[in-house]
Design a protein around this ligand. Structure first.
Ligand code: PEP
Ligand code: MG
Length: 591
């Protein structure tokens, strides 16, 4: 595939997954390691090669420690822990021994000896077909590539800059893991473009949370886009414009200004209520992955946190933080959000996220496997640490707790029993907590939605996780771009399940929220309101717009439209009904 020529304006199309416009030169993050030159060394050069290797190794360690400090200063200790893992790869004694043997006995030049050992190692990990190991292999590639670049000292300064540029840039990569996205230097990385990925992957969700404009699904991007090419990334339409002409740059600067002005205007309604024209009050909360996003939550005008996805915080470092460290983080959330409620979701590992622990063998179907509450119920000690930490933090504000991926009553009752045990333990020790903490369940598996009338008797609220509910109802992998056309929030089966869930909640006097990405879809706000959802929890970037949308709608009109929608047989008809109402009420908000 040719690299596209140097000054011609070229547009590549992908899928916009995180809004915003960025202008910058490209930094290409390659896929895996690039093979270095190979040659046989003489016996006299063995020590010389060993020294070259040691020099490259020391240099790499220095760079990684520097990066660790930098990320710690920008986004906190947790985010920086990934570099700790990278440093450990460099100290692996078995690998170091193998490299030494390859230099001494096979007389390989140092960079090739290093490359060959690391390549064999990562290939073996990839062959095991385990998502956790595959993710670790990407980390190892990353470190190895950095070290290989450090072999030539003349090149080292320049190349290491290329590995992690100190200038503003847009990342172009084959794929990025959620942790790559979480650790991105947001001062320098203005956006990213990947070949793989989908709008509902956790990488995309994180990009939206962190406000990083992003486009996925640009085929052949790393081959087509040369490093340092100046590009415009249009995170609204999914266009990547290479070598834009001055008129194109001007056009996009204008669009960017207009969007900013609109966003500033929306800030003005920050303090106003989220209420429809006919006075139906909606609670509009924010989804977060880390507590350092709280300033953004406060600025967005959110009425609390509707979903704290704790797995990114819990699994982002080397080991799961203990009860005391977790208590600190949840207390921070409770205090900052007070008097609003913050809902802490217990660990939801597995699927496309990191597993809670390395698995002895790969799961054949990770999305149908050891995920969500299933992990917590089989690791009760770990689960109780988290529950006690949430309870202890509940003494400092208004917290809620909810369980992910519950598939039926037995799981819910077991989880609640464990929560009760934790309350008793704290009570016995005289440790304060809120005994009335609201307990909820995520409705994201069709079996849970169908049993909503029974589940409702056990909890204080429902939170519908549409990302998974759609995936499981329609049997469409939420991160597989080949089947993404089937991934439709307005699939009639999904709408019926949402309706059944809300009706069951109403009958039992509890409330229903939606915290999946559907809650932030402006075209679908009329439909969710009309179905009776009373809480929406969305990424902070989308929050002011959703507030404005709710304030522009009539609840009774939404209800009438939703009744029509429930009669529809096709996704597209349901979508159109809601979209028409959205357009006639707030077309100015829709991109
Ligand atoms: C969901 O499934 O809609 C949800 C909010 O959970 P997650 O995206 O973390 O799986
Ligand atoms: Mg989910």
């Amino acid at each position: 595939m040719p690299i596209l020529s140097s000054n011609q304006e070229i547009i590549l199309q992908g899928t916009a997954v995180s809004p915003g416009i960025a202008f910058a030169p490209v930094h290409v993050m390659g896929r895996g390691m690039v093979a270095p030159e190979v040659y046989e060394i003489s016996h006299h050069h063995i020590d010389y090669e060993r020294n070259r290797f040691q020099h490259a190794l020391d240099k790499t360690k220095q760079q990684l420690s520097g990066l660790q400090q930098k990320i710690e200063a920008i986004s906190g200790e947790q985010d920086a822990l990934i570099f700790e893992a990278h440093l450990m790869i460099l100290q692996d004694k078995t690998l170091l021994k193998k490299i030494d043997v390859a230099i001494e006995e096979r007389l390989q030049n140092a960079e090739f000896a290093y490359y060959a050992v690391m390549q064999t190692y990562t290939e073996a990990m990839r062959r095991m077909n385990d998502p956790y190991l595959a993710e670790r292999a990407v980390d190892i590639d990353d470190v190895a590539q950095r070290l290989l670049r450090n072999f030539s000292s003349a090149d080292a300064e320049h190349k290491s800059e290329d590995t992690n540029p100190d200038h503003k840039h847009i990342i172009v990569a084959y794929d990025l893991t959620p942790s790559d996205t979480a650790t991105m230097d947001r001062q320098m990385a203005l956006g990213f473009v990947t070949e793989q990925g989908s709008i509902n992957s956790h990488t995309a969700i994180l990009a939206r949370s962190l406000g990083i404009p992003a486009i996925v699904g640009v085929e052949g991007a790393i081959m087509k886009i040369k490093a340092l090419t100046f590009i415009i990334l249009d995170g609204y339409t999914g266009k990547v414009i290479l070598n834009p002409q001055p008129s194109t740059v001007n056009k996009y600067r204008k669009i960017q200004r207009a969007k900013r002005e609109r966003e500033n205007k929306l800030e003005e309604i920050k303090e106003s209520k989220t209420q429809t024209l006919d006075d139906r009050t909606i609670n509009l909360s924010a989804n977060i992955e880390f507590d350092h996003e709280l300033p953004l939550v406060e600025r967005s005008g959110a009425e609390g946190v509707g979903l704290f996805r704790t797995e990114f915080y819990l699994l982002g470092g080397g080991e799961i933080p203990d009860e005391n460290r977790q208590t600190k983080v949840y207390t921070n959330v409770a205090e900052k959000m007070n008097p609003h409620q913050a809902i802490i979701r217990t660990l939801d590992a597995g699927g496309d996220k990191l597993p809670a622990e390395p698995l002895p063998e790969p799961e054949p179907n990770p999305f149908l496997g050891w995920r969500g509450i299933r992990i917590s119920l089989s690791r009760v000690g770990m689960f109780k640490d988290q529950l006690r930490a949430i309870l202890r933090a509940s003494a400092h504000g208004r917290l809620g707790v909810m369980f992910p991926l519950v598939s039926g009553l037995t799981e819910l009752i077991t989880a609640k029993d464990i929560l009760k045990q934790c309350m008793d333990e704290l009570h016995e020790k005289g440790i304060p907590f809120d005994p009335k903490i609201e307990v909820g369940v995520m409705i994201e598996v069709p079996s849970a939605a169908l049993m909503a009338d029974e589940l409702a008797k056990e909890v204080d609220f429902f939170s519908i996780g549409t990302n998974d509910l759609i995936q499981y109802t329609v049997a469409v992998d939420r991160v597989n771009k080949h089947v993404s056309a089937l991934y439709k929030p307005t699939n009639p089966a999904v709408i019926r399940l949402i309706n059944h869930t809300v009706r069951s909640a109403d009958d039992n006097g509890i409330w229903t929220g939606v915290c999946g990405e559907m809650a932030g879809e402006l075209n679908l706000t009329p439909l969710l309101l009309g179905l009776g959802v009373s809480k929406l929890s969305v990424g902070t970037h989308q929050l002011p717009k959703i507030k404005k949308a709710v304030r522009s709608l009539s609840y009774s009109e939404c209800q009438a439209m939703a009744q029509e929608a429930l009669k529809c047989r096709f996704s597209k008809d349901i979508f159109e009904l809601s979209q028409n109402m959205a357009h006639s009420s707030y077309s100015f908000l829709i991109d």
